[in-house]
Structure formats: C-alpha cells, structure tokens
Design a protein around this ligand. Structure first.
Ligand SMILES: [Zn+2]
Length: 206
C-alpha cells in the first residue's frame, strides 16, 4: 500500500485536520468501528469557500453522498470526489453537527461536541469562521423513514473501514470524531486522517 504523505490521528471526542493539494487522496479510517466522522472541506485559497452540503444535495440531486459523486462548494465548484468506500455505505448529508446545547438538553453539562471541536480545529489551522458549515457525516446511519422522520441507527462501519476522497482543489479537510453516545455505539472512538499523492491517470489509447 502507498505510504501516506501526512497522517493525523483524531482521538475519540476529538478533532483534527489535514492539508490536501489538488489531486491528492484523503482517507478517513474508522479505527475501532461504529464511529461517525463529521467532515468539512475548506478551500486553502479562500476560507469563505467551503463544502456545502446543501449545494451538493441540489447539484447532485441526492440526499446522501454517492460513490464517484462530487461534493460542491458554496461557490458551486467541486471540492472533493468520493472515490472509495469499504464501509457498509451509510453516510449522512442532512444533519447539523452536535453541539453543547444539544447535550445540555439531554442533561449532560459540558459534553464534548463536534461544534466546539470544529472551532478548535480551524483555530489551529489558522481559519476563522463566524458560523459552522453543515458537515458531511461519514459513516452516520440515520436514514429518513417514509413519513419524513429520522431513524437513529447505530453506525455500521467496522474497525478498519475507510472512505477516500479526491481533492478537486487545494483544501483543508477537518474531521471530528462525533461525541454522541446515541449513534456511535455508546462511546466516541478514534479516527485516522491521511493524505496520499495523486494516483496516475489511466493511459488512453490513441
Ligand atoms: Zn457530533
């Protein structure tokens, strides 16, 4: 297997980020299984251009990420392409990140959460955002039922399952290990974030 250019381990209840040049592959691995990876991508050139779940839904005509599908930015440009998936294939593109208020309503004070983790990660990456963009929730298993309500399923990914995303522009990929006990099989566990150099394009015969 190719050697990673850069590797970041995201602890359970934690966050991390990685820089990807255009053409590089970004891999997100669920190390222990049943762990949601809230994922964002921000243009390196302009931090106000970033992956928009809403724009992606509209332009792809889909509620959920699809293998070989693109993720679009707030400026209607491709930022990532979904190139590989070894997991059972459940991913979400409808939920906001969990936040302090959500856990407080459930009686947990100062619970770790993806919103605080996002701002911690972008702060270390030198990015300043007033608001948190809606994430793509890799491995999250919360499909809608026919009546429009959500089914809160436990994340189905197993230890070692991963997804790969090709950077379509230079970008910073931010990932948080979701803190929710409900959808992560009881506890938040670590993820690995890696970049690999661009794969050579298949030669076309003349
Ligand atoms: Zn979360």
């Amino acid at each position: 297997m190719a050697k990673a250019i850069e590797t970041t381990i995201i602890p359970g209840f934690g966050n991390g980020f990685i820089h990807a040049k255009k053409g590089m592959t970004v891999r997100i691995t669920d190390l222990e299984g049943h762990q949601v990876a809230d994922t964002w991508a921000i243009s390196t050139r302009d931090h106000e251009e970033y992956l928009s779940a809403a724009t992606t839904r509209m332009l792809t005509g889909r509620m959920f990420p699809e293998l070989k599908g693109v993720f679009m930015t707030t400026c209607d440009r491709p930022i990532l392409t979904f190139t590989r998936d070894t997991s059972p294939g459940f991913h979400d593109m409808l939920f906001a990140s969990c936040c302090n208020a959500l856990y407080a309503r459930r009686g947990h004070k100062n619970h770790p959460n993806c919103r605080d983790n996002y701002f911690d990660a972008i702060g270390r990456a030198g990015i300043s955002h007033a608001n948190i963009p809606d994430p793509v929730n890799i491995f999250q298993n919360t499909p809608p039922r026919p009546d429009g309500s959500f089914q809160y399923g436990v994340t189905m990914s197993q230890a070692g399952d991963y997804v790969e995303l090709r950077a379509e522009m230079d970008c910073i990929v931010v990932v948080t290990a979701c803190s929710s006990e409900l959808i992560n099989a009881g506890v938040s566990t670590p993820l690995r974030l890696e970049t690999f150099k661009p794969r050579p394009k298949a030669k076309t015969k003349k």
